[in-house]
Ligand binder design. Structure first.
Ligand code: S3P
Length: 430
């Protein structure tokens, strides 16, 4: 089904996807487990740390900060040095393509007694960092970034102070960055969020939160010490999303996705797809290392269009690219609004998906904050681009399975950022 020549994949129409899908471990949880282990006291163990590029960027930054990380067949062991266990890095810390690495690590570096610099690839260097510079500076941090973009230059601050900060954008990365900086600040730091975003940081650090009216207040005490833990990373719901859609839109499909993370701040796509008519069921729900997980089953169905906007957008932000593929195959119109944040991801995902799906014959009207997709048009073959974005590459791959002609995806290797085996898994499922 998928041929590879260098960085290009060619996809052909599938007659049905059947089987069990081997998904990668959750990227968001993995970054946090490694970062939190590094500042804990004692040796933490992480079972199932992903080999994908983004989580590996976090490990290489931590190694440069003097953290000892060993791996064996079970997973990683990370020797934490407490809040003051880092050593000054000898060169810039390269976060690669990973926004989570850059934004969370910045929060941990502003309180250190040394200077540091964080750099990233072309995509990460074009993404907005003002959203972390503002709250970190309010806390007293010395952090500079020309034009609000990486490279970020951090110098030692005399002291950090706890703040109460209301998030101007719904962003778990900004929330986590501020809460982490709060560990090195005097007194208490509170982040206020009006729109719920993924809550892995709060869960994993055991932070207290209260909801008053429409606002959630999450607090951390400065100087709080963390103890080493054993983390077991579930499979990534955002990776499962490609197969929830593929299993729904490719006729004659039946897929089993075991051990998927089902944190309710991440799983809005299940509700959206079900509302569109998808056949998805969950079995064997359980809690592992503080996170809900379960086994997902999906089979083919006829989908119908839907209107989405408002609070759910933050919950499904990483899944919207693949949702647009489902929408293109659904009967009727799908309207996505309030999703302008998509323009600030690894690429402008509204523009990238509009271009790719239009090339294959879909009818899409791009809006400033979303898209209007008139579904039900037959997709045909064509050449599309990933724009070096893993989620665009994989979404276009799934579109290729329901297109009548060959779909050639340029820049397909971008999938390795979160799902290195994606193309092999697709081929195996047939
Ligand atoms: C992430 C949060 C989200 C998401 C990203 C991972 C995280 O970004 O898009 O892929 O791990 O905290 P924002 O919080 O900036 O929306």
């Amino acid at each position: 089904m998928a041929d590879s020549v260098e960085n290009v994949r060619v996809l052909r129409q599938s007659r049905g996807l059947v089987g069990t899908v081997n998904l990668p471990a959750d990227k968001s949880i993995a970054h946090r487990a490694a970062l939190f282990a590094a500042i804990s006291t004692g040796t933490s163990h992480i079972v199932g740390y992903p080999g994908s590029e983004d989580p590996q960027s976090t490990l290489s930054c931590l190694r440069q900060l003097g953290i000892q990380i060993n791996s064996d067949e079970v997973g990683l062991s990370i020797v934490g040095g407490g809040l003051n266990g880092f050593i000054a890095p000898e060169r810039a810390l390269d976060c690669g393509n990973s926004g989570t690495t850059m934004r969370l690590l910045s929060g941990m570096l502003v309180g250190q007694a040394f200077s540091s610099e964080l750099i990233g690839d072309a995509s990460l260097s074009s993404r907005p960092m003002g959203r972390i510079l503002d709250p970190l500076r309010l806390m007293g941090a010395h952090i500079e970034a020309a034009g609000g973009r990486a490279p970020l230059r951090i110098d030692q601050a005399s002291a950090l102070r706890g703040v109460e900060y209301q998030l101007p954008v719904a962003s778990a990365q900004v929330k986590s960055c501020v809460l982490l900086a709060g560990l090195w600040a005097d007194g208490e730091t509170t982040v206020i969020e009006e729109t719920p975003t993924r809550d892995h940081t709060e869960r994993m650090l055991g932070l207290s939160s209260v909801t008053i009216g429409s606002k959630r207040y999450i607090s951390v005490q400065g100087g709080r010490t963390l103890s080493a833990q054993m983390w077991s990373i579930p499979c990534d719901f955002s990776a499962a999303a490609f197969f929830l859609v593929a299993g729904s839109i490719v006729p004659n499909s039946a897929l089993h996705l075991p051990r998927v993370g089902l944190n309710p701040t991440r799983t809005g796509l299940i509700d959206v797809l079900k509302a569109m008519g998808a056949h998805i069921s969950i079995q064997n729900e359980r809690i592992v290392a503080g996170e809900p997980i379960g086994d997902l089953f999906v089979r083919s169905s006829q989908l119908t269009g839907i209107e989405i906007g408002g609070e759910i957008i933050a919950n499904i932000i990483d899944e919207i690219p693949i949702l647009t593929v489902a929408a293109a195959m659904a009967g009727g119109k799908t309207i996505i609004r309030d999703a302008e944040e998509l323009r600030f991801k690894e690429t402008d995902r509204i523009s990238a998906m509009s271009k790719g799906l239009t090339t294959l014959g879909a009818k899409i009207e791009e809006q400033k904050d979303g898209m209007i997709i008139t579904g039900g048009k037959k997709l045909h073959g064509g050449t599309v681009e990933s724009f070096s974005d893993h989620r665009i590459a994989m979404s276009m791959g799934i579109a290729g399975l329901v297109s009548s002609g060959e779909v050639r995806i340029e820049g397909a290797n971008a999938a390795s950022v979160s799902f290195p085996t994606f193309w092999d898994v697709l081929s195996e499922l047939g």
